[in-house]
Write a protein that binds this ligand. Structure first.
Ligand code: PEP
Ligand code: MG
Length: 322
């Protein structure tokens, strides 16, 4: 099996009936990039930039950020790199920001909500990203978008910084795709409207599941409700993918579900274009997909959407390799 995976390392990801999908990796720092390449990653699908902000006693400067982004882009040699702007708050704290304690941190002041308020922090990050954009294939993604207004505001700030750089004579790529994480149900539900304005979606199932099921992803006592295969989740995922495709955009997934062997047949069948996962899951996933017919998986997924429980969906998926 290890032999087979090694052979797959330098190959594209193609289903048994000849459909290409992209297998990307989630990373936290530039040091993770060699692992992406070793494991045959076709892209970075999620660069969680919050680690740049954590483990220090003040905000990272524009220069520190620029160097990190440039390193990742260069090491990926022109392959796509989706950088997620700061997603702090929730379970991830930054002591030096001195934010008040909240009753429900996961429902509180985090990610793009904080960035749209502390625009000084956000603008510095956007500037660093824009400057780094000429060193590779940069895609920028905003986390925790709940409304179209938030997306428009964040995009406006990005365009302002781009204009400022242009005025300073600093070169910025004109090919930067701009997308959002779909991890809040409100956004999945009006994905058709978002799809007209974004370049891509990346479905963040880690949060999408917790918000849809109202089950804290860190709370053991309600973990039985944390159900990736619940038909409610699958229907939301389908809505997002269909909405993207209707506007000629691509849809990826960067939550844990994207690398899950039970979910992969369903996601392939629902038409997911990009699967972003931990680097070590890429070759097993590529091997699995090479043995699945996308047309057959579309039938399987259609059936799954009519199931009543997550357990029934799991049983249905297991039946394909029986
Ligand atoms: C997600 O919510 O699915 C996601 C990828 O983001 P994070 O796990 O960093 O919240
Ligand atoms: Mg998330």
């Amino acid at each position: 099996q290890i032999e087979e995976w090694r052979k797959l390392r330098d190959q594209a990801t193609v289903s048994a009936d000849g459909v290409h999908v992209e297998l990307a990796a989630n990373i936290g720092t530039p040091n993770d990039v060699p692992g992406v390449i070793d494991n045959g990653g076709e892209a970075v699908g999620l660069y969680r930039t919050e680690f740049l902000y954590m483990g220090r006693d003040k905000l990272p400067t524009e220069e520190i950020q620029f160097n990190a982004y440039k390193t990742v882009l260069e090491k990926m040699e022109g392959k796509p790199v989706v950088v997620r702007t700061l997603d702090i708050g929730g379970d991830k704290e930054l002591p030096y920001l001195d934010l008040p304690k909240e009753m429900n941190p996961f429902l509180g002041f985090r990610a793009v909500r904080l960035c749209l308020d502390r625009t000084d922090i956000f603008r510095t990050q956007l500037r660093a990203l824009l400057r780094a954009s000429v060193y590779g294939n940069l895609r920028i993604m905003f986390p925790m978008i709940a409304t179209l207004d938030e997306f428009r505001q964040a995009k406006a700030l990005l365009l302002e910084e781009k204009d400022k750089l242009a005025a300073e004579g600093i070169e910025v790529s004109d090919e930067i795709q701009l997308g959002i994480m779909v991890e809040i149900p409100s956004t999945a539900i009006i994905a058709d409207q978002f799809a007209k304005e974004v370049d891509f979606f990346s479905i963040g199932t880690n949060d999408l599941i917790q918000y849809t099921m109202a089950a804290d992803r860190m709370n053991e006592r309600v973990s039985y409700l944390y159900q990736p295969y619940n038909p409610a989740i699958l229907r939301l995922v389908k809505m997002v993918i269909d909405a993207a495709h209707k506007e000629g955009k691509w849809a990826g997934m960067c939550g844990e579900m994207a690398g899950d062997a039970t979910a992969i047949p369903l996601l392939l069948g629902l038409g997911l274009d990009e699967f972003s996962m931990s680097a070590t899951s890429i070759l097993p996933a590529r091997s699995q997909i090479s043995k699945l017919s996308k047309a057959d998986m579309a039938e399987l997924a259609a059936k799954a959407l009519t199931m009543q429980t997550a357990a029934q969906v799991v049983e249905l998926v297991k039946s394909i390799d029986a």
